[in-house]
Design a protein. Structure first.
Length: 718
């Protein structure tokens, strides 16, 4: 094999997933820079490269060196050191400070940063804060690079190295060697299969107890991720045995061990089934049921009032005559300590909530309003004229404890809590929220039980209603004004399993169906609509007002492909950075995909990228006026959001919604999915695809079954 060594001048391309890179290298004896291709866990400009391989002539790119093995070492020339420090390797340095550092310390600069960082204060412009930042970033990159090398040597993508370091710190490699399955439990984006690959490389046997236990926990975790709070023991055992391809007896022994060590909980339900729970879900259901029943028992904090007089007063003040169901619900809301208000679009949930608020405020009640997402809270604030917070911000995260500031020991300061969009709330968050409600307070839970259940485990709103343990105000009369909207009338038709009605050609409406018999045709039409026809005809801003809602992530009409297509159409140019297989560009619409308490941003928050700083390796996102900074290595928390899944749209409203519905989505097509999507639109809905797919969705009534026991618990603790 040929050998080559030289200084890396430029990293032309690097695939974060597999480590493949294209480098431009200054090699002695070559006038021009040499192109080198190969794979390596880490690479930075300025580093010294030693490679074994062969010279090839690429028909498009000419002569290049294809490396079989690559070894990197720190540069020892001043020029190389400066390039190395100016790369995004060490945050806080950049080109200007790299120049100053090399000028001050020469070849000793690495030793100074590592062992005598106090000397950095000699450099003009470096104060204590920047000195500490440089030292911290230097130590961090050393650890991250060692994790990357470890993962790479086991044939695993290195993109999660930063996240692994963030969770485990310096002990990362030691912890992974001891139990590689910890990666699947603790690191978002690393599933059981990747952890299993590392385990096999480390010599852990296929039928080992460690693997069986990890596989069981993974299987149950996957089931809870699809909404279950528990799973039938025998079904869980057979699924796990199939996944791991090992004997059922080994899996049974593993389950007994996990139950004995309280890592899983097994209990029989009222139907006599043996159910297996993750502990946090088991206790969340119990605590939620107990708290709701405790709250229910006491007297309402509102002083006694003449409800009939109050009704007359409210109707006079608002000029709105309440329907019978609204009047009954208003009575319950000042008499029942815990109650539910439910109903579809156009039935007056907002009018009722505002009427209840008028009565409570007249009686000097302290009322807190909350909703699961930022957009839902913002809308609640707009419709009530009062402050409304997301549940997470209401409870206030405490970084010291990793929990919330408001708990049973430190309850919320309110007499009445009103929770909107409650169909979205999973069992853990519902339990945490109710835990923080003071015992004297009343709770009003508002939501549409026909919408999709929460993304997280449970179906809290549906379980509370079906238990018949909590008073419920069902609103079902569509108001005259709302009945003129095809969005609302079609939503109700779909909910009843009937086909929606669309306008004849040339007729104006707020709900259209556009036929597209192939996914390719649908994709092309969506592009034309968003960029041109909808903004021209209806005067909507393509970026601010139009939201594409799709049933799934994958496929031609899935969120991923739609986002790439829309980005090219709506935001083709600008500063950009590519990470985790996504190109992020200034001006892009992006969505947060997990709760990040440090940044105070939460799963489903949508913002716009305002700037990308290549020197600092940082990107700035504006979430409704809140500016949040992301390190490039944290960008796996963000996805493009020109198109989002219907699940992710819950709790939000958009002026215009475009919904692709095609038979390629058939696995996910169900009534509650289409109903939820249509009810996200304020002014315009366009469904695009095939009538066959739409009719298929409308006839699939059962939102996929979830195993939950909250309803049973509510009866148990009554």
């Amino acid at each position: 094999m040929d050998k080559l060594d030289g200084q890396i001048e430029r990293v032309v391309f690097r695939n974060e997933e597999n480590g493949f890179c294209v480098l431009r290298v200054k090699v002695r004896g070559h006038k021009e820079l040499v192109t080198v291709t190969g794979t390596t866990p880490t690479v930075n400009p300025g580093e010294w490269l030693a490679a074994d391989g062969e010279w090839l002539t690429d028909p498009r790119h000419g002569k290049q060196f294809k490396a079989g093995g690559m070894r990197m070492s720190k540069p020892d020339t001043l020029e190389g050191i400066e390039k190395y420090l100016a790369s995004d390797l060490v945050k806080g340095i950049g080109k200007e400070y790299a120049k100053r550092l090399v000028k001050t310390f020469g070849r000793d600069v690495f030793d100074v940063i590592e062992n005598s960082s106090g000397k950095l204060l000699k450099v003009e412009g470096i104060g204590k804060q920047r000195k500490d930042n440089i030292k911290k970033a230097w130590d961090e990159q050393k650890n991250v690079r060692s994790i990357m090398s470890f993962l790479f040597s086991h044939g695993i993508s290195t993109v999660r190295a930063f996240r692994i370091h963030k969770i485990y710190g310096e002990k990362a490699i030691e912890l992974v060697q001891r139990d590689p399955y910890c990666l699947a439990r603790d690191i978002r984006g690393i599933g059981f299969l990747i952890a299993d690959q590392i385990a096999m490389k480390l010599g852990i046997a296929k039928d080992s107890d460690l693997r069986a236990r990890a596989g069981l926990e993974f299987c149950l975790g996957e089931l809870t991720a699809s909404g279950h709070c528990a799973y039938v023991r025998n079904d869980l055992l057979s699924r796990s045995a199939e996944l791991l391809d090992i004997d059922l007896l080994i899996i049974e022994t593993a389950l007994d061990y996990l139950v004995e060590n309280k890592r899983l909980i097994q209990r029989a339900d009222f139907k006599g089934r043996d159910l297996v729970y993750l502990p946090k879900l088991y206790f969340a259901e119990i605590e939620l049921a107990k708290k709701l029943q405790s709250l229910k028992k006491d007297r309402h904090p509102c002083p006694d009032i003449d409800v009939e007089k109050a009704l007359v007063w409210v109707q006079q003040k608002t000029g709105i005559e309440l329907a019978n169901a609204q009047r009954n619900a208003l009575k319950k809301s000042v008499q029942s300590k815990v109650m539910v208000i439910t109903g579809g679009p156009g039935v007056g949930k907002t009018t009722l909530v505002n009427s209840v608020l008028m009565v409570l405020k007249a009686k000097k009640m302290r009322v807190s309003l909350c909703a699961p997402t930022g957009r839902a809270a913002k809308r609640m604030a707009e419709t009530t004229g009062m402050e409304a917070k997301t549940i997470h911000r209401l409870l206030q995260f405490n970084p010291g404890t990793g929990g919330f500031v408001h708990t049973a020991e430190n309850p919320l300061q309110c007499d009445v809590l009103i929770v909107d969009e409650s169909s979205m709330i999973d069992v853990v968050l519902a339990s945490q929220l109710m835990d923080a409600v003071p015992l004297h307070a009343a709770v009003i839970i508002v939501g549409d039980s026909d919408q999709l259940p929460s993304v997280g485990p449970g179906k809290v709103l549906q379980d509370i209603i079906s238990s018949k343990m909590i008073p419920v105000g069902h609103l079902n009369e569509v108001f005259r004004q709302a009945a003129t909207s095809r969005i609302i009338t079609n939503a109700h038709k779909i909910n009843q399993g009937k086909a929606p009605e669309f306008p004849e050609e040339g007729e104006n409406s707020d709900c259209y169906f556009v036929d597209a018999d192939t996914p390719e045709k649908a994709l092309s039409l969506i592009g034309k609509m968003v960029k041109k026809s909808v903004p021209q005809k209806f005067h909507f801003n393509p970026l601010e007002d139009i939201q594409i809602l799709t049933p799934m992530q994958k496929g031609e009409l899935g969120a991923r492909n739609l986002n790439v297509t829309m980005q090219e159409l709506l935001n083709p140019r600008g500063d950009e950075v590519e990470r985790f297989g996504i190109t992020y560009r200034t001006g892009d619409k992006v969505m947060q995909t997990e709760n990040d308490y440090d940044k105070d941003v939460f799963n489903g928050d949508i913002g716009r990228i305002r700037s990308i700083d290549q020197d600092a390796s940082e990107l700035l996102v504006d979430f409704d006026g809140r500016k949040v900074v992301y390190d490039f290595r944290e960008l796996d928390e963000l996805v493009l959001s020109y198109a989002i899944t219907i699940h992710k749209s819950q709790g939000s409203e958009y002026p215009c919604v475009i919904i692709p519905v095609h038979t390629q989505h058939f696995v996910l097509l169900q009534r509650s999915l289409i109903y939820t999507a249509i009810t996200r639109a304020k002014k315009l809905v366009i469904i695009i695809g095939t009538k066959k797919a739409l009719n298929l969705a409308i006839t699939q009534a059962d939102s996929r079954f979830r195993t939950t026991t909250l309803g049973e618990r509510l009866k148990e603790y009554a």
